[in-house]
Design a protein around this ligand. Structure first.
Ligand code: ADP
Ligand code: MG
Length: 292
């Protein structure tokens, strides 16, 4: 490719809000076979809301919500914001927190009002020898609707299941349809629950799902996709996405995401509109066609 045609191509893309941090990415994009996409904050808005809270026998709903919200008030995870907002809406008192510990990709642990609070995935509960199966009917039903189940243990007793729901971005369905029209495979990569991820993938017609991926394993998933299918573009927004963005043949970050995601990316989308991914690919193909 000539430097001039690349400059023209990246200039046009910039007018649409597609920023090529690397001119070379415009050349690499045309070879991409797979678009791997983070779920939370990329396919979805990233602003979950509390959908349901079911307590075990002997526990009070408002009391559980108040304790969990206190613990979550120290977390920066989008799930934490949803729980704190729900407690604030009900004007529940938020107690002070001791010994807060964030368990990346799993949940958190903290002490609230002299009680030991553990909140997070079923995997986290099992690690603490707590069996989430008592909530399996409600948890599976809500997960099949695309909601994320979280479990709460208070003083080593399973106390509640909470589900949070994050809505799909308006432009996501057409973005996936456009990628399919371009002959690309679309793969979801998520730290979320397997059932929840599958439900969202079904709604969006996504080809393959890799779920319950621990934060540092997203890059390994990209490597495996590269070996199986060829060049991969990864689209993500979060801190956890930075290694995958770096490993991908083309890393595409959402401009409203974290700084570290943007620094690791080759391309930054100024809006959260995923249709810009297929537009960028179309521009890459057009630019390279004019040159060859
Ligand atoms: P995602 O890729 O969906 O953002 P993460 O890797 O951040 O997922 O988290 C994976 C899972 O760990 C979540 O689906 C949730 O079950 C649990 N988790 C993480 N952080 C928290 C938190 N602050 N409170 C409760 N659960 C959490
Ligand atoms: Mg995300």
């Amino acid at each position: 490719a000539t430097p001039t045609s690349i400059m023209v191509g990246t200039g046009r893309a910039a007018q649409l809000g597609i920023l090529f941090r690397q001119g070379e990415a415009l050349q690499t994009l045309m070879d991409v076979r797979v678009v791997a996409v983070d779920k939370t904050g990329t396919l979805t808005r990233g602003y979950p809301e509390l959908a349901d809270l079911t307590v075990a026998k002997g526990f009070d709903r408002d009391q559980v919500l108040a304790l969990v919200a206190a613990a979550e008030s120290r977390s920066e995870h989008p799930i934490a914001r949803a729980i704190v907002a729900a407690a604030e809406k009900q004007k529940l008192p938020i107690a002070s927190v001791q010994n807060f510990e964030s368990l990346t990709g799993l949940g958190l642990r903290a002490q609230v009002d002299a009680r030991q609070i553990l909140v997070g995935s079923d995997r986290l509960m099992m690690q603490h020898k707590l069996d989430p199966a008592v909530f399996s009917t409600i948890a599976s039903k809500l997960a099949d609707e695309g909601k994320t189940p979280l479990y709460v243990a208070i003083d080593d007793k399973l106390a509640a299941v909470i589900t949070v729901a994050d809505s799909i971005r308006e432009t996501t369905p057409e973005a996936i349809a456009a990628l399919h029209e371009q002959g690309l495979k679309v793969v979801m990569v998520s730290g979320d629950n397997q059932r929840t991820a599958q439900a969202i993938a079904r709604q969006l017609n996504i080809d393959e799902v890799v779920a319950e991926v621990m934060p540092d394993a997203k890059a390994d998933t990209v490597r495996r996709l590269q070996q199986t299918y060829g060049p991969v573009a990864f689209v993500g927004d979060g801190i956890n996405d930075a290694p995958a963005l770096a490993v991908a043949d083309v890393g595409i970050a959402i401009g409203s995401g974290t700084d570290i995601a943007m620094e690791s990316a080759d391309v930054v989308l100024m809006s959260g509109d995923l249709t810009h991914v297929s537009q960028a690919i179309a521009m890459s193909r057009a630019t390279m066609r004019n040159i060859r």
